[in-house]
Design a protein around this ligand. Structure first.
Ligand code: NAD
Length: 452
């Protein structure tokens, strides 16, 4: 690990990665590599957790391809020197910001979207001009192996390299000094990463998780809302960081809402055999998630098969904060439904807990939108939609508080891997003597008059 990081640092110091045309070349190379190996990548993810080519394209490749295309299109402009105003004390001068790559980067990926969440940060790192070491999740072992093979056979180790492994390998990597660490994963491991980074004062981006709430107001378009919500909830079997975790539905429409959710689940025909559904990542998680199902509260679903790593799309109703399902992020195909009468109480209950990564509000009332979006702090979210804010690269994606630190996608990703160096470029004219010694009362008065 030490040698690898040193090799990348030496390479970074040659300044090769700083040229915009070099970066665009590497981005195009990555695009072509992924495109020409789509089949191989699809097979690997299917072996890992039964994800179909349809869902793999929709939720993995589409995002990575778009990130690359936007970066290639806009990189010249992102990397350009940015002029800023000069204040009167410094005139005559010009002032500007020079975006510079932070240096050697470490990207640590999770298993739940093994391609998108490993490669989208890599795209941002390459765009910014960093070198990259990628450590994918060991839980999606086939995806990790295929990424290692493709990257390590096609990119030079000194520039972009995949290191495979689990806790031991990640710990060994974290013993090295990086210029930035980009981590996607759970809150507890996020804390380990942050502590390791602190030893070297390494900046971090932490893309973490948590419980993301949904609020269904009585004035919402219930058909459209339920369709979008059910799709979002059961996508990837609920193993999505921004999955709608629990739902507050207004008491007056609870029954209608639940009925429509059950109908929509039926219509979607979620089965492993037809590729409309994916497996839970491993037996341990199947056991954990199925253990959250309280039989007394099942509205629909509730069946599971630990050996097959399958949990039926499940809706629990009459849920309260005392239920087990409300203690931690669900990260599985269970929708926990609670009712409410008073929106202020809902807002308070959400605000009493860690800041969510996402929030979804279903309403047509502009005042309600303004109130909820203005009063609750959360990473990002949607109105009358769920999950899809992640698919708009113009919206920086990330958490706040316990759900994460920093953000990425599009130019935000470029910024995450860059430092903006501020420069004052002074004109060669004679200075007013006020700045210089000897200090006099008269100079002090002039300085005060100018500054106050
Ligand atoms: P995880 O934290 O268990 O693992 C993430 C990565 O950290 C893996 O590469 C793993 O090998 C490594 N790791 C695990 N334990 C470690 C340790 N003790 N020391 C060093 N490295 C270690 O997360 P996961 O199970 O892969 O993903 C699920 C979590 O990630 C959920 O909480 C989810 O909400 C969150 N998540 C967040 C986002 C986001 O963009 N904010 C996206 C996906 C997932």
């Amino acid at each position: 690990m030490e040698k690898l990081v040193k090799t990348q640092l030496d390479y970074f110091n040659t300044n090769v990665t700083k040229s915009v045309s070099f970066r665009i070349g590497q981005l195009n190379k990555l695009y072509a590599l992924l495109e020409s190996n789509e089949r191989l990548l699809e097979e690997a993810i299917y072996r890992d957790y039964g994800k179909s080519p349809f869902e793999t394209f929709q939720t993995e490749f589409a995002a990575v391809f778009e990130e690359i295309k936007v970066a290639v299109r806009d990189l010249e402009q992102w990397a350009a020197v940015k002029p800023v105003a000069t204040n009167s004390r410094n005139e005559p001068a010009t002032s500007y910001l020079i975006p510079e790559p932070l240096g050697v980067s470490l990207v640590i990926g999770p298993w739940n979207y093994p391609y998108q969440l490993s490669l989208a940060p890599v795209v941002a790192a390459i765009a910014a001009g960093c070198t990259v070491i990628l450590k994918p999740s060991e839980l999606t072992a086939n995806c990790s192996a295929v990424m290692a093979k493709l990257v390590n056979e096609n990119f030079e180790e000194q520039y972009f390299h995949v290191v495979e492994g689990g806790i031991a390998e990640t710990t060994a990597l974290l013993d090295q000094k990086f210029d930035i660490i980009f981590f996607t994963g759970s809150v507890p491991v996020g804390k380990i990463i942050y502590q390791a980074a602190a030893k070297n004062l390494t900046p971090v981006v932490l893309e973490l998780g948590g419980k993301s709430p949904v609020i269904i107001m009585p004035d919402c378009d219930l058909d459209i809302s339920v369709r979008r919500l059910v799709w979002a909830k059961y996508l990837n079997s609920g193993q999505t960081c921004i999955s709608p975790d629990y739902v507050y539905v207004h008491q007056s429409i609870e029954e209608k809402f639940l009925q429509k959710v059950a109908e929509e689940i039926k219509k979607a025909d979620y089965k492993l055999e037809n590729g409309n559904f994916v497996r839970i990542i491993n037996e341990r998680n199947t056991d954990r998630v199925s253990g959250l199902i309280n039989p007394a509260k099942i509205y629909t679903g509730g069946n599971y098969d630990i050996d097959a790593r399958f949990i039926e799309p499940t809706v629990l109703h009459q849920v309260t904060w005392d239920d087990k399902v409300m203690k931690d992020e669900i990260f599985g195909p269970i929708m926990a439904v609670m009712t409410f009468e008073d929106l202020d109480k809902v807002i308070k209950e959400i605000k009493d807990r860690p800041k969510p990564l996402a929030l979804y509000l279903f309403t047509q009332d502009e005042n309600v939108k303004k109130k909820v979006l203005g009063e609750i702090s959360f990473g990002g979210g949607c109105v009358n939609e769920a999950i899809m804010h992640i698919a708009n690269g113009n919206l920086p994606f990330g958490g706040v508080g316990a759900s994460g630190l920093g953000n990425y996608h599009g130019e935000a990703g470029f910024r995450a891997f860059s430092h903006y160096k501020g420069i004052l470029d002074k004109a060669l004219v004679e200075d007013p003597d006020i700045k210089y010694s000897p200090h006099t009362e008269e100079k002090l008065q002039r300085m005060k008059a100018a500054a106050k």
